[in-house]
Design a binder for this molecule. Structure first.
Ligand code: SF4
Ligand code: SF4
Length: 327
Protein backbone atom coordinates (compact mmCIF):
# COMPACT_ATOMS: atom_id res chain seq x y z
CA UNK A 1 0.00 0.00 0.00
CA UNK A 2 1.38 3.41 -0.90
CA UNK A 3 -0.68 5.67 1.37
CA UNK A 4 -3.98 5.73 3.19
CA UNK A 5 -6.76 7.83 1.72
CA UNK A 6 -6.59 10.16 4.70
CA UNK A 7 -2.89 10.82 4.38
CA UNK A 8 -2.86 12.99 1.27
CA UNK A 9 -0.59 15.88 1.79
CA UNK A 10 -1.13 19.32 0.37
CA UNK A 11 1.05 22.39 0.48
CA UNK A 12 -2.00 24.61 0.25
CA UNK A 13 -1.69 27.33 2.91
CA UNK A 14 -4.80 28.01 4.96
CA UNK A 15 -5.21 31.81 4.96
CA UNK A 16 -5.57 32.80 1.31
CA UNK A 17 -8.31 34.81 -0.39
CA UNK A 18 -10.86 32.97 -2.48
CA UNK A 19 -9.34 32.21 -5.88
CA UNK A 20 -5.75 32.63 -4.63
CA UNK A 21 -5.20 29.04 -3.54
CA UNK A 22 -2.59 27.47 -5.79
CA UNK A 23 -2.50 24.01 -7.31
CA UNK A 24 -0.39 22.17 -9.84
CA UNK A 25 -2.00 20.94 -13.03
CA UNK A 26 -0.27 19.16 -15.90
CA UNK A 27 -2.78 19.95 -18.61
CA UNK A 28 -5.88 22.01 -19.25
CA UNK A 29 -7.49 20.29 -22.18
CA UNK A 30 -10.11 22.12 -24.18
CA UNK A 31 -12.84 20.53 -26.33
CA UNK A 32 -12.88 17.22 -24.49
CA UNK A 33 -15.86 14.98 -25.24
CA UNK A 34 -14.85 12.03 -23.05
CA UNK A 35 -14.97 13.47 -19.56
CA UNK A 36 -18.69 13.97 -19.02
CA UNK A 37 -21.59 15.33 -21.06
CA UNK A 38 -21.18 17.82 -23.91
CA UNK A 39 -18.05 19.74 -24.80
CA UNK A 40 -15.85 20.18 -21.75
CA UNK A 41 -12.59 21.61 -20.57
CA UNK A 42 -10.72 19.14 -18.39
CA UNK A 43 -8.22 20.30 -15.80
CA UNK A 44 -5.73 17.52 -15.13
CA UNK A 45 -4.30 17.88 -11.62
CA UNK A 46 -0.91 16.48 -10.68
CA UNK A 47 -0.56 13.76 -8.06
CA UNK A 48 -2.17 10.34 -7.70
CA UNK A 49 -2.05 7.87 -4.78
CA UNK A 50 -2.46 4.91 -7.15
CA UNK A 51 0.11 3.38 -9.46
CA UNK A 52 -2.02 1.58 -12.02
CA UNK A 53 0.15 -0.59 -14.24
CA UNK A 54 -1.51 0.81 -17.38
CA UNK A 55 -1.65 4.47 -16.33
CA UNK A 56 -1.88 6.63 -19.46
CA UNK A 57 -0.89 9.79 -17.64
CA UNK A 58 2.44 9.03 -15.96
CA UNK A 59 3.14 12.77 -15.97
CA UNK A 60 0.27 13.10 -13.48
CA UNK A 61 1.54 10.66 -10.87
CA UNK A 62 3.73 12.90 -8.72
CA UNK A 63 2.55 16.12 -7.11
CA UNK A 64 5.58 18.09 -8.29
CA UNK A 65 6.60 19.46 -11.70
CA UNK A 66 8.99 17.23 -13.66
CA UNK A 67 11.14 17.40 -16.78
CA UNK A 68 10.23 15.58 -19.97
CA UNK A 69 12.73 15.14 -22.79
CA UNK A 70 11.39 14.58 -26.33
CA UNK A 71 13.97 12.58 -28.26
CA UNK A 72 12.28 13.19 -31.62
CA UNK A 73 12.62 16.96 -31.23
CA UNK A 74 16.21 17.05 -29.96
CA UNK A 75 18.74 18.50 -32.45
CA UNK A 76 21.73 18.03 -30.14
CA UNK A 77 22.24 21.77 -29.69
CA UNK A 78 23.48 21.38 -26.08
CA UNK A 79 22.04 24.78 -25.06
CA UNK A 80 20.20 23.01 -22.25
CA UNK A 81 23.45 21.70 -20.81
CA UNK A 82 25.04 25.15 -20.87
CA UNK A 83 21.95 26.67 -19.25
CA UNK A 84 21.69 24.23 -16.36
CA UNK A 85 23.04 25.70 -13.09
CA UNK A 86 22.89 22.30 -11.37
CA UNK A 87 25.00 20.36 -13.86
CA UNK A 88 22.10 17.92 -14.13
CA UNK A 89 22.18 17.20 -17.87
CA UNK A 90 24.43 15.03 -20.02
CA UNK A 91 24.06 14.33 -23.73
CA UNK A 92 25.13 10.79 -24.62
CA UNK A 93 24.79 8.68 -27.79
CA UNK A 94 21.73 7.14 -26.12
CA UNK A 95 20.15 10.53 -25.54
CA UNK A 96 19.87 13.21 -22.88
CA UNK A 97 20.47 11.93 -19.37
CA UNK A 98 18.69 13.92 -16.66
CA UNK A 99 20.06 13.59 -13.15
CA UNK A 100 16.68 13.98 -11.46
CA UNK A 101 18.34 14.00 -8.02
CA UNK A 102 20.17 17.22 -8.91
CA UNK A 103 17.48 18.85 -11.04
CA UNK A 104 15.31 21.34 -9.15
CA UNK A 105 13.02 21.85 -12.17
CA UNK A 106 13.98 25.51 -12.54
CA UNK A 107 13.00 25.40 -16.22
CA UNK A 108 16.11 27.19 -17.55
CA UNK A 109 16.87 24.30 -19.91
CA UNK A 110 13.36 24.50 -21.34
CA UNK A 111 13.85 28.20 -22.05
CA UNK A 112 17.28 27.59 -23.61
CA UNK A 113 16.37 24.72 -25.93
CA UNK A 114 15.82 26.07 -29.49
CA UNK A 115 13.95 22.90 -30.52
CA UNK A 116 11.44 22.66 -27.68
CA UNK A 117 12.84 19.25 -26.75
CA UNK A 118 12.60 19.79 -22.99
CA UNK A 119 9.39 20.61 -21.21
CA UNK A 120 8.55 21.13 -17.58
CA UNK A 121 5.34 19.22 -17.04
CA UNK A 122 3.22 20.60 -14.22
CA UNK A 123 2.43 24.26 -13.78
CA UNK A 124 1.28 26.15 -10.74
CA UNK A 125 -1.99 28.03 -11.12
CA UNK A 126 -4.11 29.99 -8.72
CA UNK A 127 -7.69 28.80 -8.83
CA UNK A 128 -8.56 32.14 -10.43
CA UNK A 129 -5.96 31.64 -13.18
CA UNK A 130 -7.25 28.15 -13.92
CA UNK A 131 -10.78 29.51 -13.97
CA UNK A 132 -9.74 32.24 -16.42
CA UNK A 133 -8.46 29.47 -18.71
CA UNK A 134 -11.60 27.35 -18.56
CA UNK A 135 -13.99 30.23 -18.99
CA UNK A 136 -12.61 30.86 -22.48
CA UNK A 137 -14.93 28.11 -23.70
CA UNK A 138 -18.04 29.30 -21.92
CA UNK A 139 -19.96 29.46 -25.19
CA UNK A 140 -19.23 25.80 -26.03
CA UNK A 141 -20.45 24.65 -22.62
CA UNK A 142 -23.73 26.47 -23.08
CA UNK A 143 -24.32 25.23 -26.61
CA UNK A 144 -23.41 21.59 -25.99
CA UNK A 145 -24.59 20.96 -22.44
CA UNK A 146 -20.94 20.64 -21.42
CA UNK A 147 -18.86 22.20 -18.69
CA UNK A 148 -15.69 21.75 -16.68
CA UNK A 149 -14.24 18.46 -15.43
CA UNK A 150 -11.47 18.25 -12.85
CA UNK A 151 -9.41 15.11 -13.36
CA UNK A 152 -5.83 13.97 -12.93
CA UNK A 153 -3.87 12.28 -11.52
CA UNK A 154 -6.31 12.42 -8.66
CA UNK A 155 -8.00 15.78 -8.03
CA UNK A 156 -8.84 15.06 -4.40
CA UNK A 157 -5.11 15.27 -3.61
CA UNK A 158 -5.31 19.06 -3.98
CA UNK A 159 -8.71 19.61 -2.39
CA UNK A 160 -8.56 23.31 -1.51
CA UNK A 161 -7.50 24.33 -5.00
CA UNK A 162 -10.07 22.09 -6.66
CA UNK A 163 -12.79 23.34 -4.32
CA UNK A 164 -11.96 26.95 -5.21
CA UNK A 165 -11.93 26.19 -8.91
CA UNK A 166 -15.22 24.30 -8.79
CA UNK A 167 -16.79 27.09 -6.72
CA UNK A 168 -15.74 29.68 -9.31
CA UNK A 169 -17.17 27.51 -12.07
CA UNK A 170 -20.41 27.11 -10.16
CA UNK A 171 -20.66 30.90 -9.69
CA UNK A 172 -20.27 31.29 -13.45
CA UNK A 173 -23.04 28.75 -14.06
CA UNK A 174 -20.77 26.07 -15.56
CA UNK A 175 -21.67 22.40 -15.14
CA UNK A 176 -18.99 20.75 -13.00
CA UNK A 177 -17.73 17.16 -12.93
CA UNK A 178 -15.27 15.46 -10.60
CA UNK A 179 -13.28 12.60 -12.16
CA UNK A 180 -11.85 10.50 -9.32
CA UNK A 181 -10.21 7.14 -8.68
CA UNK A 182 -12.18 7.07 -5.42
CA UNK A 183 -9.12 6.71 -3.20
CA UNK A 184 -9.58 9.87 -1.20
CA UNK A 185 -10.11 11.09 2.33
CA UNK A 186 -13.81 11.25 3.11
CA UNK A 187 -13.48 14.90 4.14
CA UNK A 188 -11.99 15.96 0.78
CA UNK A 189 -14.49 13.93 -1.19
CA UNK A 190 -17.51 15.33 0.67
CA UNK A 191 -16.28 18.90 0.15
CA UNK A 192 -15.73 18.39 -3.58
CA UNK A 193 -18.99 16.49 -4.02
CA UNK A 194 -20.88 19.54 -2.76
CA UNK A 195 -19.37 21.56 -5.59
CA UNK A 196 -19.78 18.97 -8.37
CA UNK A 197 -22.83 18.38 -10.52
CA UNK A 198 -21.74 14.86 -11.33
CA UNK A 199 -18.96 12.35 -10.68
CA UNK A 200 -16.92 10.07 -12.91
CA UNK A 201 -15.52 7.16 -10.90
CA UNK A 202 -13.08 4.45 -11.99
CA UNK A 203 -13.64 0.94 -10.68
CA UNK A 204 -10.98 -1.49 -11.85
CA UNK A 205 -11.82 -4.74 -10.12
CA UNK A 206 -13.78 -6.08 -7.15
CA UNK A 207 -10.97 -8.50 -6.28
CA UNK A 208 -9.07 -7.13 -3.28
CA UNK A 209 -5.82 -9.00 -4.02
CA UNK A 210 -5.85 -8.07 -7.70
CA UNK A 211 -6.68 -4.46 -6.85
CA UNK A 212 -3.61 -4.18 -4.64
CA UNK A 213 -1.46 -5.84 -7.26
CA UNK A 214 -2.49 -3.63 -10.16
CA UNK A 215 -3.02 -0.27 -8.43
CA UNK A 216 -0.86 -0.45 -5.29
CA UNK A 217 -3.74 0.38 -2.91
CA UNK A 218 -6.57 -1.47 -1.19
CA UNK A 219 -10.07 -1.63 -2.62
CA UNK A 220 -12.21 -1.12 0.50
CA UNK A 221 -11.89 2.68 0.79
CA UNK A 222 -12.78 3.03 -2.89
CA UNK A 223 -15.92 0.93 -2.45
CA UNK A 224 -16.85 3.00 0.63
CA UNK A 225 -16.37 6.24 -1.29
CA UNK A 226 -18.36 4.89 -4.23
CA UNK A 227 -21.28 4.27 -1.84
CA UNK A 228 -20.80 7.75 -0.38
CA UNK A 229 -20.94 9.33 -3.83
CA UNK A 230 -24.06 7.38 -4.69
CA UNK A 231 -25.75 8.32 -1.41
CA UNK A 232 -25.21 12.00 -2.26
CA UNK A 233 -27.57 11.44 -5.20
CA UNK A 234 -25.13 13.04 -7.66
CA UNK A 235 -25.29 11.47 -11.10
CA UNK A 236 -22.47 8.96 -11.36
CA UNK A 237 -20.75 7.52 -14.40
CA UNK A 238 -18.64 4.48 -13.50
CA UNK A 239 -15.76 3.58 -15.75
CA UNK A 240 -13.55 0.51 -16.02
CA UNK A 241 -10.30 0.59 -17.96
CA UNK A 242 -10.26 -2.76 -19.76
CA UNK A 243 -6.65 -3.90 -19.56
CA UNK A 244 -5.43 -7.15 -21.14
CA UNK A 245 -4.40 -9.67 -18.50
CA UNK A 246 -5.68 -7.55 -15.60
CA UNK A 247 -9.26 -6.35 -15.87
CA UNK A 248 -10.53 -7.85 -19.14
CA UNK A 249 -12.22 -11.04 -17.89
CA UNK A 250 -15.98 -11.38 -18.14
CA UNK A 251 -16.01 -12.38 -14.48
CA UNK A 252 -14.33 -9.12 -13.48
CA UNK A 253 -16.73 -6.99 -15.50
CA UNK A 254 -19.71 -8.93 -14.14
CA UNK A 255 -18.56 -8.43 -10.54
CA UNK A 256 -18.17 -4.68 -11.02
CA UNK A 257 -21.56 -4.54 -12.74
CA UNK A 258 -23.25 -6.32 -9.85
CA UNK A 259 -21.67 -3.87 -7.38
CA UNK A 260 -22.98 -0.96 -9.44
CA UNK A 261 -26.42 -2.52 -9.81
CA UNK A 262 -26.80 -3.39 -6.13
CA UNK A 263 -24.97 -0.56 -4.36
CA UNK A 264 -24.69 2.51 -6.58
CA UNK A 265 -28.22 3.74 -7.10
CA UNK A 266 -27.12 7.07 -8.59
CA UNK A 267 -25.11 5.36 -11.37
CA UNK A 268 -26.49 6.52 -14.70
CA UNK A 269 -24.02 4.87 -16.97
CA UNK A 270 -21.27 2.24 -17.03
CA UNK A 271 -18.40 2.78 -19.48
CA UNK A 272 -15.85 0.19 -20.52
CA UNK A 273 -12.74 1.95 -21.78
CA UNK A 274 -10.54 -0.18 -23.98
CA UNK A 275 -6.80 -0.37 -23.37
CA UNK A 276 -4.79 2.30 -25.14
CA UNK A 277 -1.17 1.41 -25.95
CA UNK A 278 0.09 4.78 -27.15
CA UNK A 279 1.60 6.16 -23.97
CA UNK A 280 4.97 4.34 -23.96
CA UNK A 281 6.77 7.47 -25.20
CA UNK A 282 5.51 9.45 -22.19
CA UNK A 283 7.12 6.92 -19.85
CA UNK A 284 10.41 7.13 -21.73
CA UNK A 285 10.37 10.93 -21.56
CA UNK A 286 10.14 10.64 -17.76
CA UNK A 287 12.77 7.85 -17.49
CA UNK A 288 10.05 5.44 -16.37
CA UNK A 289 9.42 1.90 -17.55
CA UNK A 290 5.96 0.95 -18.83
CA UNK A 291 5.19 -2.70 -18.24
CA UNK A 292 2.59 -2.86 -21.00
CA UNK A 293 4.88 -1.65 -23.79
CA UNK A 294 4.04 -3.60 -26.95
CA UNK A 295 0.81 -5.09 -25.55
CA UNK A 296 -1.71 -5.29 -28.40
CA UNK A 297 -5.08 -3.57 -28.32
CA UNK A 298 -8.20 -5.57 -27.56
CA UNK A 299 -10.58 -6.41 -30.40
CA UNK A 300 -13.96 -4.80 -30.85
CA UNK A 301 -15.48 -8.31 -30.52
CA UNK A 302 -13.88 -8.70 -27.08
CA UNK A 303 -15.17 -5.30 -25.98
CA UNK A 304 -18.62 -6.13 -27.30
CA UNK A 305 -18.69 -9.39 -25.33
CA UNK A 306 -17.67 -7.61 -22.12
CA UNK A 307 -20.34 -4.95 -22.64
CA UNK A 308 -22.91 -7.70 -23.12
CA UNK A 309 -21.72 -9.48 -19.95
CA UNK A 310 -22.16 -6.22 -18.04
CA UNK A 311 -25.60 -5.57 -19.52
CA UNK A 312 -26.73 -9.12 -18.70
CA UNK A 313 -26.40 -8.35 -14.98
CA UNK A 314 -29.06 -5.68 -15.32
CA UNK A 315 -26.76 -2.70 -14.89
CA UNK A 316 -28.03 0.31 -16.85
CA UNK A 317 -26.64 2.06 -19.88
CA UNK A 318 -23.45 0.10 -20.62
CA UNK A 319 -21.22 1.64 -23.27
CA UNK A 320 -17.76 0.85 -24.52
CA UNK A 321 -15.28 3.07 -26.32
CA UNK A 322 -11.65 3.43 -27.26
CA UNK A 323 -9.16 2.04 -29.73
CA UNK A 324 -9.41 -1.60 -30.80
CA UNK A 325 -7.74 -3.87 -33.37
CA UNK A 326 -9.79 -5.62 -36.03
CA UNK A 327 -8.58 -9.21 -35.35
S1 SF4 B 1 -5.84 6.25 -10.90
FE1 SF4 B 1 -5.61 7.07 -12.97
S2 SF4 B 1 -3.98 8.62 -12.79
FE2 SF4 B 1 -3.88 7.34 -10.96
S3 SF4 B 1 -2.37 5.77 -11.47
FE3 SF4 B 1 -4.41 4.93 -11.96
S4 SF4 B 1 -4.70 5.38 -14.14
FE4 SF4 B 1 -3.03 6.71 -13.39
S1 SF4 C 1 15.20 22.20 -14.96
FE1 SF4 C 1 16.91 23.50 -14.25
S2 SF4 C 1 18.09 22.15 -12.89
FE2 SF4 C 1 16.72 20.83 -14.06
S3 SF4 C 1 17.96 20.13 -15.80
FE3 SF4 C 1 16.81 21.95 -16.48
S4 SF4 C 1 18.19 23.69 -16.09
FE4 SF4 C 1 18.97 21.94 -14.93
Amino acid sequence: MRSSPGSHTSSEPEALKAGDVTGIAFNIQRFSIEDGPGIRTTVFMKGCPLRCKWCHNPEGLTLKPELMWFDVRCIGARDCIDACPKDALRLTPEGLIIDRGRCDVCGLCQEACPAGAIEVVGKEYTARQAFDEVKRDDVFYKNSGGGVTVSGGEPTMQPRFVAELLALCREAGFHTALDTCGYSSKEALVRLLELSDMVLLDLKTMDEGLHREITGVELGPIQDNARLISSSGKPLWVRTPVIPGYTNSEENIREISVFIRDELASAERYDLLSFNNTCGSKYRRLDLVWELEGEPLLTSAEMGLLARAAGDTGVHNVQWSGATRSK
